[in-house]
Design a protein around this ligand. Structure first.
Ligand code: FES
Length: 200
């Protein structure tokens, strides 16, 4: 074999080796990136935060999402709904949310973050024995819960009632308000359920 043929052979080998390394490097970069923004089903079940676009949740509407295998309600409360929250404290077990059922920033009458007080984020699991309450968000007799019903949620299992701040009524089996999960706003229309750390 001549020196020229040996050199050509070396060049072909180097080009092939470089291409193969480049291909491996590309896969090596892409996979961790995808993995970093798409949590696996197992990670989700274990508690990965869930990002939710709430831009299409019109006033008076509710959006159901899943976090840690639990239903989470996101309710865009209208002004009328917010006004009605103030009228029935005497019928509630914990109207000021003093029990440990919410993060500190939701320990208030609306049980929501101050910067978006109209948005309720609540775990939709009854604090009695864990059924999922039904939405009864319309006020008044159409709810079947009385003329003065201000809107809220009704647990069909044993009759517990919660208002639109997920606060429990007196005289029902559920002992406490529904749980408010940790959450934070990424922008006006995006929230992260399950994470309230600063930044990001
Ligand atoms: S589980 Fe809801 S009232 Fe019993």
């Amino acid at each position: 074999m001549s020196q020229n043929e040996v050199d050509r052979g070396k060049r072909r080998f180097l080009i092939a080796a470089t291409t193969a390394v480049g291909g491996i490097a590309t896969v090596g970069v892409a996979v961790p990136f995808l993995a970093s923004w798409m949590p696996s089903q197992r990670a989700k079940a274990a508690g990965a935060p869930v990002e939710v676009d709430i831009g299409k949740v019109e006033p008076g509407m509710i959006l159901n999402v899943e976090w840690q295998g639990k239903p989470v309600w996101i309710v865009n409360r209208t002004k009328e709904m917010m006004d009605l929250l103030a009228n029935h404290d005497g019928q509630l077990v914990d109207p000021k949310s003093e029990a440990q059922q919410q993060p500190e920033y939701c320990r208030n009458a609306t049980r929501s973050r101050a910067e978006h007080a109209n948005i309720l984020v609540a775990v939709g699991i009854c604090t009695h024995l864990g059924c999922s309450p039904s939405e009864k968000m319309k006020a008044g007799p159409v709810s079947g819960l009385g003329d003065d019903w201000p809107g809220g949620f009704f647990c069909p299992c044993h009759g517990s009632k919660f208002d639109l701040a997920a606060r429990v009524y007196k005289g029902v089996p559920a002992p406490t308000n529904l749980v408010i999960p940790p959450y934070k706003y990424l922008s006006d229309n995006r929230i992260l359920v399950g994470d309230d750390s600063k930044g990001a």
